[in-house]
Design a protein. Structure first.
Length: 258
């Protein structure tokens, strides 16, 4: 028997013994999802779809493409969106509490007032994402890439940002108290009057950061790079500075560090 014919016979035999629901799902996941008959759609192309106000709690949407899709005020609590593509998607005011967005691409996404409390965003790409007033309490952003993101008045209490790329962000007056920012890249960020009390900034890149008036009481800056940072009037009481690079930095009293 020819190999090609043998392969076909084996495939038909497998399809015959699989439950009918499974074989149907292979071809009908996207259609069932769009017809609101299912909340699961793994590896589906849903780019540009209008899905506003959708109820997708606990949905399985791994590796799906939601580029430029509209998900305004949708509920995606505990949804699995790991490695999904959400570039330019409208997620304004969406409920993403405890959602899994690990490795997802959210570049240029609209997340104004979105609730991402407890969400897993580890390794996610959030470049130029619009996250004003978003809730990110207890979210895992370890290793996330956020250059150019708008975090105006976002709530970050309890978020994990170790190793995150946060270059040039506007974080003025932000509450970053006790945050895990170990190894984060914060180069050239604006952090005027930011609350960094007790923050873990070990090995963080803080070159050229504007920290005027920031409160770093008890912060751990061990081995951090603060070259050319502006610390004018900043509070450094009980801060740990062992091994920190302060060359060229403006110190709280106004003098330049050698």
């Amino acid at each position: 028997m020819k190999p090609a014919l043998m392969a076909c016979l084996v495939l038909f035999a497998l399809l015959a013994v699989l439950p009918r629901g499974i074989t149907a799902a292979w071809g009908n996941d996207r259609a069932a999802f769009l017809a609101q008959q299912s909340t699961d759609c793994v590896k589906c192309d849903l780019s540009g779809q209008k899905l506003n106000h959708s109820k997708l709690d606990n949905a399985r949407l791994t590796d799906s493409n939601f580029s430029n899709a509209e998900l305004y005020r949708s509920s995606l609590q505990h949804a699995d969106l790991s490695h999904a593509i959400l570039r330019g998607a409208d997620l304004d005011r969406a409920d993403l509490k405890w959602a899994n967005l690990a490795g997802a691409d959210l570049s240029d996404a609209l997340l104004f007032e979105a609730d991402l409390s407890g969400a897993n965003l580890s390794g996610a790409v959030l470049a130029a994402a619009h996250m004003g007033h978003a809730k990110l309490g207890q979210a895992n952003l370890a290793g996330a890439r956020l250059p150019g993101a708008d975090l105006t008045e976002a709530r970050l209490a309890g978020a994990r940002l170790a190793g995150a790329d946060m270059r040039e962000l506007q974080l003025n007056e932000q509450n970053l108290r006790d945050l895990d920012l170990q190894g984060a890249n914060l180069a050239r960020c604006e952090m005027v009057d930011a609350d960094l009390r007790g923050a873990n900034l070990r090995n963080a890149n803080l070159t050229g950061v504007d920290l005027r008036g920031a409160n770093l009481h008890g912060a751990d800056l061990t081995d951090a790079n603060l070259q050319d940072a502006n610390l004018m009037t900043a509070t450094l009481t009980d801060a740990k500075l062992a091994g920190a690079n302060l060359s060229g930095a403006v110190m709280p009293d106004g003098h330049h560090s050698e």
